[in-house]
Structure formats: C-alpha cells, structure tokens
Design a protein around this ligand. Sequence first.
Ligand code: SAH
Ligand code: DHB
Ligand code: MG
Length: 221
Amino acid sequence: MTQELWTNVDRYLDDALSASDDMLAAVQQESAAAGLPQISVSPAQGKLLFVLAKAIGARRILELGTLAGYSGIWLARALPADGRLVTIEVDRAHADVARRSFGRARVSHLVDLRVQPALDVLPQLAAEGAGPFDFVFIDADKVNYPEYLEWGIRLSRPGALLIIDNVVRDGEVANDASTDASVLAVRRMMSSIEQDGRIVATAIQTVGVKGYDGFAAVVVN
Ligand code: SAH
Ligand code: DHB
Ligand code: MG
C-alpha cells in the first residue's frame, strides 16, 4: 500500500462525507499563501474532531497549537451557541492567519485565541478558572507533550476526552533507539499515561494524505 492510495482514499472519503467545503479550502489556501507550514489535520481528521466533540456534547474546548485555525474551525463548529474554544498559538504570524480563518468561518465569537507559549497560558487558564474543559486537542510542539498532557488532565472534567496528534510519526514511536527529541517526548508521555490512575487511554495508527501517523485518545476518570 502506498501514499498515493492513501491520498486517493482520503479524497474519496472527504468527498463522500463532505469533510471539505469552499470555505475550508479557502482557509487552507490563505494559510499556504501566507507561507505557513501545511501540517494541519486532514479534512477527515478535522471532521473526526468535530464528531467526537459533538458526541460528548463539549461546551468548553481547549486546543494547543492553532496554526492557521483549520482544526480550530472544526472544533468551534462542534460547540453550542454559548460554547467556547480556547486555542493557544506561540507564533504571531500563525495567529494572525488563524484570526482571519475564524472570521471567514464565522466562529470568531466562540474563539479565545491566546498568542503565547502554551506552558505560559496553561497556568493562567487554571488561575482564571477557565476550565473545566470537556475536550482537549493537543497538537503543539511535541517536546512538551508530557507537560501538555498533565495540564490537559488538570484542566478537564471527569469524562473529558483528550485527543493527541502525531503520536506515531512514521512508526518512529516504536523505535526505542530513537534520539529524536519529539519521539522521546511522545514515548515519555505514553509511559506516563499507562501509570496514571486518573485516565484511561488508547492510541490508533492512521494513514491518509498526511502519511503514516496516529492519534492518542485519553478519557479522564
Ligand atoms: N492544530 C493545527 C496544527 C498545529 S501545528 C491544525 O490542525 O490546524 C503546531 C502549531 O503549534 C504551530 O502553529 C506552532 O507554531 C505551534 N506551537 C509550537 N510550539 C508552541 C508552543 N510552545 N506554544 C503554543 N503553540 C506552539
Ligand atoms: C508536524 C506537526 C504536526 O502537528 C503535524 O500534524 C505534522 C507535522 C511537524 O512539526 O512537522
Ligand atoms: Mg499535528
């Protein structure tokens, strides 16, 4: 099986299940034109976030790593009219594009975009009493994933769902000789999950337009 087949099947699924539309395509085009890295979740993955957030009736969602706002749009669309998405982005240029994306998607009124390092914002959210969150999407810098998971759990209610992107990375997660800082951090996060009585979790490998990767899914007890 090849990348070409995975890409074709993703195109088929996005088309069959309406995971793309003109607005979302325009958001991705503007992000590319602004020179942002094209590393957002895929359309089918974005719609999965939407389906999951809707399934648990999420009213407060936390996202780490906004980029151009693509995944954030899917998350915001899952919210009720009085819901809230807090999304954190360290890069001002990315945040500027994301703000336009949220406007284009008509979800700005639901979005609280914080432009600071996530590890600075997370304690602020705790101090503000911004939580508890029902749904957390962790997708910022991989080296801080263990800390992000800890904060995600602390800021969440019992029954909250945490989805963590990029936990497989072409299978590197299973390479116990890896010296890559991101891989080492994901492996550290995985072993802490298994020892953490506050949560239960699994992880799933994925293929598609973004290649071979995976998500972890964590539920807070
Ligand atoms: N969730 C987005 C993709 C995020 S890409 C989507 O699917 O559409 C990862 C993002 O995390 C990048 O925009 C990067 O600038 C941001 N990031 C990296 N380190 C960060 C940090 N310490 N705090 C907050 N954001 C960070
Ligand atoms: C990268 C980051 C991501 O969040 C992703 O989904 C894919 C790639 C990266 O930093 O290369
Ligand atoms: Mg990602």
